[in-house]
Write a protein that binds this ligand. Structure first.
Ligand SMILES: Nc1ncnc2c1ncn2[C@@H]1O[C@H](COP(=O)(O)OP(=O)(O)OP(=O)(O)O)[C@@H](O)[C@H]1O
Ligand SMILES: [Mg+2]
Length: 345
């Protein structure tokens, strides 16, 4: 029987591609902890995100490639993940910061930010969620969080914890009846403090829910928070397009890579299986074309999404088999994949 060497196994694995990063697993240095004993081979494939949509396919391809080697009887593959760090983010052990924005209010930013964060955490990523919407901080309600836990003296601010996600809202920092003046340098330092003084710990992803619009406040946020990427939410109709296009321009002006466009409330699925386009159509596609970024998802109108938000029980947890939850899960994987591609470029 031929003796198998690690080099042979690596040779076989160098033919297996990560279809999204478009490089082979060996070049991407994804193969770890290899053990070869007689005819038995074991190793770990370390992906760039635990939310990889192609996990099962990559595992199968690797198994097939190694099993095809003469003399291999069994292959034991462990799937792991290590999210690459965006070097732009200094002084924080956060690997990627992703903003969810839109020029228009009420299009579903907070709902998407919440479900994105929870879906990524569900895949095994360490995730934080920062509600930066000073006009209407909705994240606490949508995550079922009432306030912050007590912070011990001389310690950083402890975020709340819900569904495996560390949650912080700008709403927690404002004393009722004493509005902060969200202008100029004070705004900058408030945002900086908001980001730096929270005990985020080590995070793979920090999701930021931006306030609607493209005014000074939004601009300050995008300037102050070191964003690794942004996604822009729109609805199918034209009025939403014009506002969302301004958000695209804002991200571009600030050199924030646009990971993709999300069209929310795209259609309502009828009982006979047909789809009713209540809010028109084409908005997401048009915006994607204008932005030069992919359209990542068309999320249906689903009552479960709304109920999940109102009850503080995100749809991806409360009703994982609903069309809304399935769309949100797929979206989270698409965003994680786009983020990896951005860092590896
Ligand atoms: N796909 C959907 N299906 C059903 N309801 C939805 C969907 N997306 C969002 N909603 C509901 O629409 C409302 C507005 O959503 P959300 O608060 O997330 O929007 P927003 O863009 O964050 O708004 P704002 O600009 O006020 O921050 C919420 O009640 C939410 O539950
Ligand atoms: Mg919101």
């Amino acid at each position: 029987m031929p003796v198998i060497t690690k080099e042979q196994v690596l040779g076989a694995l160098s033919t297996v591609m990560d279809p999204e990063l478009n490089k082979d697993l060996v070049t991407l240095k994804m193969i770890k902890d290899m053990q070869v004993q007689d005819s038995k081979v074991a190793f770990t494939i370390e992906l760039t995100t635990p939310a990889c949509p192609l996990k099962a396919q990559i595992k199968q391809d690797a198994e097939n490639a190694v099993m095809a080697l003469d003399g291999v009887e069994s292959v034991d593959i462990t799937m792991g993940a290590r999210v690459p760090k965006d070097e732009k983010i200094k002084d924080l052990s956060i690997k990627n910061i992703i903003a969810v924005g839109s020029g228009k209010g009420g299009v579903g930013k907070s709902t998407i930010a919440v479900n994105l964060a929870v879906a990524l955490a569900n895949c095994g990523a360490s995730v934080g969620l920062m509600d930066a919407d000073i006009y209407g901080p909705n994240v606490p309600t949508m995550m079922g969080v009432e306030g912050l836990p007590p912070t011990p003296q001389n310690m950083k601010i402890q975020p709340a914890m819900a569904y495996g996600v560390k949650v912080m809202s700008i709403g927690f920092m404002v004393t009722p009846g004493q509005p902060l003046i969200w202008r100029g340098p004070m705004l900058h330092s408030a945002i900086k403090q908001f980001l730096m003084d929270v005990d985020w710990g080590e995070l793979d992803y920090l999701i930021v829910d931006l306030p609607p619009g493209t005014g000074d406040v939004q601009l300050s946020l995008v300037q102050t928070v070191p964003l690794s990427g942004g996604v822009i939410v729109t609805t199918p109709q034209q009025v939403s397009f014009d506002d969302a296009a301004r958000a695209v321009s804002m991200f571009k002006k600030m050199d924030v890579p646009i990971l993709g466009i999300i069209e929310n409330m795209s259609y309502l699925e009828m009982e006979d299986g047909s789809q009713r386009r209540i809010f028109g159509e084409g908005g997401g596609e048009n915006l994607a074309r204008m932005a030069g970024a992919p359209l990542l998802s068309n999320i249906p109108i689903d009552e479960n999404i709304r109920v999940g938000g109102d009850q503080g029980d995100p749809v991806v947890i409360a009703m994982p088999d609903s069309p809304g939850a399935i769309a949100m899960e797929a979206l989270a994987q698409a965003i994680a994949a786009r983020m990896s591609m951005e860092i590896y470029q």
